[in-house]
Design a protein around this ligand. Structure first.
Ligand code: MTE
Length: 328
């Protein structure tokens, strides 16, 4: 299997938008100082206005924490029960921490603060943002969403976050952009699964611009009324509930706007089984199992799978006239 060349943080100083515009300089300085003060001392650093508290271990706390639970958007409700947190938070796919479901413990090693996010590609100006600052600029709301894994299990969760369309607005994309490519962090020292060289790290996913700006496409920052736990893909994770779960990329560090269709992580591994479109479709079996039904996590119940995972009204128009998008 081919291993991709890493292209993380490859931006010149000139390309980066001025910190004074997009970066919370005060937090940045404090963070840098804290990293020095925190090592080996266990001291709580910082003595200004106390707007951000630190834990004794030196980790910064979430400056957006008080915004949870966010107001629920009544347009996104469910006709099935919300899955239990104790089940969904211990049954996760996050291959960076292991190719099994019990990664929640290992995922706690991920440092999510500070967390740098780059918005680049065909944009007026490349942006480098602190994730907390990005989130603080966004309108947070809670939405009840289904989630359907390609492995035929499903859950229903109250995500908190903001529409991906808001991020597209912030990016000031150039005309002619057709796709949004999203990339997960790459740090094999922390995410030991990334030492498994046969996977094409980092994890990459992509959407068309029409998909990314559809009202359902959601950038997740929290769940169950709280900031997002690491195993769910903190601090920023996608949710596109009409597609199989592998499209919902976790712990994103880079958003790239491009004219070229990105090759997704799983597509790269096996395009015949995990295609780029990955729209939920009970009529199209995975080559190795049926997609006609799904198991609701934590209940033992199996229910019929629905086209577009029940979101046909919202998204079917995106695919009219091109049936290949309904296959894989
Ligand atoms: N994102 C990254 N970076 N790495 C992954 O392994 N797994 C995907 C998706 N996003 C994955 C990822 C798959 S297959 C699924 S089903 C969902 O995350 C699982 O999300 P959950 O653990 O919150 O249920």
């Amino acid at each position: 299997m081919l291993i991709k060349n890493r292209r993380r943080w490859e931006i010149s100083e000139n390309d980066v938008t001025s910190e004074s515009i997009f970066f919370n300089r005060r937090r940045f300085l404090k963070t840098s100082g804290l990293l020095v003060a925190g090592i080996g001392t266990g001291l709580v650093a910082g003595c200004d206005d106390g707007a951000e508290a630190e834990t004794v271990s030196g980790a910064l706390s979430d400056p957006n924490a008080a915004r949870y639970p966010a107001p629920r958007n009544a347009n996104f409700t469910l006709t099935r029960e919300i899955s239990r947190e104790e089940v969904t938070s211990r049954y996760n796919n996050f291959y960076e921490f292991g190719s099994h479901k019990r990664i929640s413990g290992a995922a706690q090693a991920l440092e999510i603060r500070p967390w740098q996010v780059v918005i680049d590609g065909d944009v007026d100006k490349v942006l480098t943002l602190d994730a907390d600052d990005l989130i603080s600029r966004m309108p947070l709301e809670e939405r009840l969403y289904r989630h359907r894994c390609v492995e035929a299990w499903a859950m229903a969760v109250p995500w908190t976050g903001f529409p991906v369309a808001e991020l597209v607005k912030l990016a000031n994309i150039k005309s002619g952009v057709r796709y949004l490519r999203m990339e997960t962090f790459h740090n094999p020292d922390v995410a030991t699964g990334q030492n498994e060289f046969w996977y094409p790290w980092p994890y990459v996913e992509g959407l068309t611009i029409e998909e990314a700006t559809n009202d359902l496409a959601f950038m997740v920052t929290g769940v169950y009324g709280k900031p997002l736990p690491k195993q769910f893909g903190a601090p920023l994770r996608l949710s596109v509930p009409w597609k199989y779960g592998f499209k919902s990329v976790k712990s994103i560090v880079r958003f790239t706007f491009t004219k070229e269709r990105p090759v997704s992580f799983w597509e790269d591994i096996n395009a015949a089984e995990y295609g780029f479109w990955a729209n939920v479709n009970p009529e199209v079996p995975h080559p190795r199992w049926s997609q006609a039904t799904e198991e609701l996590l934590g209940t033992g119940k199996r229910v019929p799978t629905q086209l577009f995972n029940g979101y046909a009204e919202e998204v079917a128009h995106l695919y009219t006239g091109n049936e290949t998008m309904l296959y894989r």
